[in-house]
Design a protein around this ligand. Structure first.
Ligand code: PLP
Length: 487
C-alpha cells in the first residue's frame, strides 16, 4: 500500500489509488482529436514523436524536463525577483536554500544540467581517463567523451532485467568497481558518478547502503564521488520507502546524507525543482575554485549563471519543496499506479516501478517487429495514433550508426511515458492505460518503421521515418470500428 498512495492513504474499498495532495487552480485546455487527425499528424511528423505539435497531442508524456507543474509558492516568489547582473538577492536566496537542502557551502549556477556536465568534464577529465558510473545519461556521456574520457557502466546484471523485484536497480556493482580500479589504477579515474533515479534504465534508484560502500572504496583510493542529483527527490523517497534503516528518517536528512557522501553534486532544475536552470554544489573550496572561472565564460556572471532571476527565485522555493514528502511522492505514486496496472493487464513494463515514468518493453509488446525496424519507435507512433498520448522512443533510434553505417541495436527497446510532476490526473492516467491495453490486444496490427530522412547526429530529434507497410491505416480503421464515434 505504502508505495502506491502518497503518504500511505488507505481507501476503504481496498483499492490502491494514488491521491493528488494538491488542488489545481490554473489549467490549460487540452485537445483530444479524432484518430484520423492523429494519423495525419504523425504522418506529417515523420512517425517521430519529437516532431509533433502540442495542438495535436492529448497527454504529453514525452519528458519531465521543464514540464513539471510549479507550486503557488514558486509562482509568487517570481514576483519579488531582484534584477541585477551581479549580487542579486535572488541568487543569495537560492544559495541559502541549496546550502540547507544539499548541505554544501559553495554553489555555482548554470543554465541547465548539461552545462554543469560541461564544466565538470572540462575541469576534471583528461584524455585517457575512465569514469565508472551506475548508468550514463545522454548529455553526460557526450561531454565526458568530448573531453577524452570513457564511460564505464557498472550496474548489477539485474539492472537491465525488465521484470524484477530488485528494489535498487540503480546500484553500482561493487565487484565491478573494484576490478576497474585494479585494472586502470585510481590515477586514471577522476571520479565515480552516481546518477540518482537512473533516467535511462527506468528511473531506478540506488540505495544509501550502496552509496556508502562505494564511498568507502573511493576514499581508500582517493577518488572523488560526483552525484547527478537531477532526480534526487525521488531517489530519496525510494530510500525512505525501501531501505529499512531509513524508514524513520526525514527526506531532508536523506538528501543531506546523499550529498555528504558526494564531493560534487550537480543537477538539472528542469527536473528537480520544476523550473529551468541548473547548478553545481560542493563543500570544498579547492574544488569550487577549480570550476568557478568557467561559469562566467560559458554561463554568465556567478550570481545568475545564464538563468533569469525569476527562475532562480522559483528554484529556491522548489528546493525546499523537494524535502516535502507529499510533494516528491506524487510522481512516483502515479508511476507505481500505472506500472502496476499495466503489469496486471499483461503489458510488458519495467518493474519495480521507478521515478520519472513507465517504461514499456517494446520488444515484448511487439515481438513480431524485428529490432532493425525500430519496435520502440513504432510503438510510440502507434500509441499516439490510438490515444493522442505522446511518449519517447528510447531504443535503437536513440542510438547512432557504427562506422560502416549499420545500426547499433540498443540494449533495450523502450517506450517511455513520463509523468511530469503534478501535471496529470488519475482519470487521464487511466485513459492512457486503457488505450495502451487496447493497443496491446491489437498489437498484431502494428508494424515496423524505416528512415525516410536521417540526420547524421542525434537522429532521434529530427529524423523522419515511414511505416514499412500501410499498418497505421489499418490500425486507425480498427480503432474506428471498435470505438465508433468516440475520440
Ligand atoms: C535531464 C538530465 C540531465 C541534463 O539536464 P538538462 O537540464 O536537460 O541539460 C542530466 N542528467 C540527468 C539524470 C537528467 O535527467
Amino acid at each position: 500500500m505504502k508505495e502506491n498512495g502518497a503518504l500511505n492513504v488507505k481507501f476503504y474499498n481496498g483499492q490502491n489509488i494514488p491521491l493528488e495532495l494538491h488542488k489545481v487552480r490554473i489549467v490549460q485546455k487540452l485537445h483530444l482529436k479524432p484518430v484520423e487527425e492523429r494519423l495525419e499528424a504523425i504522418e506529417k511528423g515523420g512517425y517521430n514523436t519529437f516532431l509533433l505539435n502540442t495542438n495535436d497531442i492529448f497527454l504529453d508524456m514525452l519528458t519531465d524536463s521543464g514540464t513539471n507543474a510549479m507550486s503557488d509558492n514558486q509562482l509568487s516568489s517570481m514576483l519579488h525577483a531582484d534584477d541585477a547582473y551581479a549580487g542579486s538577492q535572488s541568487f543569495y536566496r537560492m544559495e541559502k536554500a541549496l546550502r540547507e537542502v544539499f548541505d554544501k557551502h559553495y554553489i555555482l549556477p548554470v543554465h541547465q544540467g548539461r552545462a554543469a556536465e560541461n564544466i565538470i568534464s572540462q575541469v576534471f577529465i583528461k584524455e585517457g581517463d575512465i569514469i565508472p558510473m551506475n548508468y550514463h545519461f545522454t548529455t553526460t556521456k557526450a561531454h565526458m567523451e568530448l573531453n577524452g574520457g570513457k564511460v564505464f557502466e557498472i550496474y548489477a546484471d539485474e539492472a537491465l532485467r525488465i521484470k524484477s523485484n530488485h528494489q535498487f536497480k540503480g546500484n553500482i556493482d561493487i565487484g565491478k568497481l573494484e576490478s576497474l580500479i585494479n585494472e586502470y589504477g585510481a590515477g586514471r579515474i577522476p571520479f565515480i558518478r552516481f546518477e540518482a533515479s537512473t533516467n535511462l534504465i527506468g528511473g531506478q534508484p540506488f540505495s544509501m547502503e550502496n552509496m556508502k560502500q562505494v564511498k568507502a572504496i573511493a576514499d581508500a583510493h582517493g577518488i572523488m564521488i560526483v552525484l547527478d542529483a537531477s532526480l534526487i527527490g525521488e531517489n530519496a523517497w525510494f530510500i525512505k520507502q525501501r531501505e529499512e534503516e531509513y524508514k524513520q528518517s526525514s527526506i531532508k536528512d536523506i538528501l543531506n546524507e546523499m550529498c555528504m557522501l558526494s564531493d560534487i553534486v550537480y543537477f538539472s532544475s528542469r527536473k528537480v525543482s520544476s523550473t529551468r536552470g541548473g547548478g553545481i554544489c560542493t563543500g570544498s573550496e579547492e574544488l569550487y575554485l577549480k570550476m568557478r572561472d568557467l561559469v562566467p565564460l560559458f554561463e554568465g556572471f556567478l550570481t545568475y549563471g545564464g538563468m533569469s532571476v525569476r527562475e532562480i527565485e522559483a528554484m529556491a522555493v522548489g528546493f525546499y519543496e523537494t524535502t516535502d514528502e507529499t510533494i516528491i511522492s506524487q510522481s512516483p505514486s502515479f508511476v507505481a499506479y500505472a506500472v502496476n496496472e499495466m503489469d496486471r493487464l499483461g503489458i510488458p513494463v519495467i518493474t519495480p516501478p521507478g521515478a520519472l515514468g513507465c517504461h514499456i518493453d517494446a520488444m515484448g509488446f511487439l515481438p513480431h517487429v524485428p529490432q532493425e525496424e525500430y519496435p520502440a519507435g513504432a510503438l510510440a507512433a502507434a500509441l499516439f495514433i490510438v490515444s493522442g498520448v505522446r511518449g519517447m522512443e528510447r531504443g535503437t533510434i536513440s542510438s547512432e550508426r557504427d562506422e560502416d553505417g549499420n545500426d547499433i541495436l540498443a540494449d533495450m527497446e523502450l517506450l517511455r511515458l513520463a509523468f511530469p510532476r503534478r501535471v496529470f490526473t488519475l482519470s487521464q492516467t487511466m485513459f492512457m492505460i486503457d488505450r495502451a491495453k487496447w493497443l496491446f490486444d491489437n498489437r498484431d496490427l502494428v508494424g515496423g518503421l524505416r528512415f525516410r530522412e536521417e540526420p547524421p547526429v542525434l537522429r532521434f530529434f529530427m529524423g523522419q521515418l515511414e511505416p514499412v507497410s500501410d499498418w497505421p491505416l489499418k490500425l486507425a480503421a480498427k480503432f474506428r470500428e471498435d470505438f465508433g464515434e468516440s475520440l
